[in-house]
Design a protein around this ligand. Structure first.
Ligand SMILES: CC(C)(COP(=O)(O)OP(=O)(O)OC[C@H]1O[C@@H](n2cnc3c(N)ncnc32)[C@H](O)[C@@H]1OP(=O)(O)O)[C@@H](O)C(=O)NCCC(=O)NCCS
Length: 173
């Protein structure tokens, strides 16, 4: 299977924050952002695998600043690492304020997708070759995020990843 690059999976979406998507403070609700990120990341995972993909895990999302009514939210997604049937997708979110046009980074996130066949069974995906320094860094660190995700979901036993188990138990100090 042909190896692919992160830029081949690149997906971008831009959204205007409307009144029915905000809370009583006029801030975008987190669930709406998660939904937008899920769709943008799924497009990236599909571009990489050319298969039906399902969300297996939402691994890291931090909301570092409030996104306000009237802001433009831009979500950029690229596959950061492919394993056997699963892919990590890294998302970068920026916000442009409707009034000043200032663009700032809002947050990032990682989602895991699994490529599946017609009956929902996991199926192999192409490997990924990172190109830029940032892509290489994200590729290298994806393995630890995967181990942590599998540990937290109960899919691997803590003894299988002793370095993370000790980290969680505060034993590595
Ligand atoms: C995701 C799904 C296909 C995995 O199927 P499964 O039978 O558990 O298959 P496996 O255990 O072999 O896992 C398949 C891959 O997913 C990875 N995976 C599964 N859960 C994971 C998690 N929580 N974090 C990271 N990777 C995960 C496995 O490591 C494996 O990766 P690899 O093949 O690259 O090594 C299955 O659980 C599913 O269909 N879930 C529902 C998906 C869905 O509907 N999402 C939308 C939610 S509303």
């Amino acid at each position: 299977m042909k190896t692919k690059t992160p830029k081949e999976s690149y997906a971008i979406s831009t959204h205007l924050v409307l009144p029915n998507e905000t809370n009583l403070l006029g801030n975008l609700m987190g669930g709406r952002l998660l939904h937008w990120m899920d769709i943008t990341a799924a497009i990236a995972a599909h571009r990489h695998s050319q298969r039906v993909v399902v969300t297996a895990s939402v691994n890291h999302v931090s909301f570092e600043r409030a996104i306000k009514l009237g802001d433009y939210v831009t979500i950029e997604a690229k596959v950061s690492r492919a394993f056997n049937t699963s892919m990590e997708v890294f998302l970068d979110v920026t916000v442009e304020t409707g009034f000043t046009g200032e663009r700032v980074k809002s947050n990032d996130a990682t989602y895991v997708f699994v490529a599946v066949d017609q009956v929902g069974r996991p199926i192999e995906v192409p490997q990924l070759t990172p190109e830029t320094p940032l892509e290489k860094e994200r590729y290298d660190t994806a393995l630890t995020r995967r181990q942590l995700s599998l540990l937290l979901s109960g899919k691997v036993k803590p003894d299988a990843v002793p370095e993370l188990r000790d980290l969680l138990l505060g034993k590595n100090k």
